[in-house]
Design a protein around this ligand. Structure first.
Ligand SMILES: [Zn+2]
Length: 211
């Protein structure tokens, strides 16, 4: 098991092995600031680190991670602390990213709790409240596959929740305007952690296919 002191040793290895090699890159990123072109919405899950899975470099990805990689719809700014929406606003309006990827994944604990209840969801009202973002996806899947095995329902719901998040992205006017004028593209990707595959949503076939 990794401990905090392991991580400090890890930081020293990073300094020696990576920071020294990438010194010029870090200097440039500090002097010129970050200019990522891609924003990724990923899950908090410890197995699904977008920078690692997509083998990207520092400065490449502006990453938002939350439970089940959900994007809530645009809502009134009063009340609520809209962490995901604030990060989206920064990535899109300030950094001017050109792509947003919603990166879902197989065996997502957040989605599982939506389908089978139990676990932290019944004790944790923050998770309960947050997972309501994916309730339409859950209802659609249960209607479409009422008697399917839970594994199939989970996979369908993980993928349907990505589509709900893509729809919700379009409720932010500064996103829909940019999408409609071709300045911003939205993508739904799904990391199949079990089979080591990356699937991409194809809007013409309405299906996720391996890349
Ligand atoms: Zn997850």
């Amino acid at each position: 098991m990794t401990s905090p002191s392991d991580l400090i040793q890890g930081f020293h290895r990073f300094r020696e092995q990576h920071f020294a090699d990438e010194d010029a890159l870090y200097k440039q990123l500090v002097q010129e600031g970050q200019t990522p072109k891609i924003l990724v919405v990923a899950c908090c899950d410890s197995r699904v680190d977008p920078a690692l899975v997509l083998d990207s470099a520092p400065g490449d990805l502006f990453v938002i991670r939350n439970v089940a990689n959900l994007v809530p719809p645009a809502e009134s700014r009063s009340g609520g602390r809209h962490g995901t929406s604030a990060a989206l606003e920064y990535g899109v309006r300030v950094l001017g990213v050109e792509h947003i990827i919603v990166l879902g994944h197989a065996h997502c604990g957040g989605i599982r709790s939506l389908l089978i209840g139990g676990g932290p969801r019944e004790q944790a009202t923050y998770i309960n409240s947050w997972m309501r973002v994916a309730e339409d996806a859950q209802k659609k899947v249960l209607k479409e596959f009422p008697n399917a095995a839970i594994e199939l329902q989970e996979r369908a719901c993980e993928q349907q929740a990505i589509l709900s998040s893509l729809e919700n992205l379009m409720t932010f006017e500064w996103i829909s305007e940019r999408v409609e004028t071709g300045k911003l593209a939205l993508h739904g990707w799904y990391f199949d952690i079990e089979h080591g595959q990356l699937l991409r949503y194809d809007a013409t076939t309405h299906d996720f296919t391996a890349v």
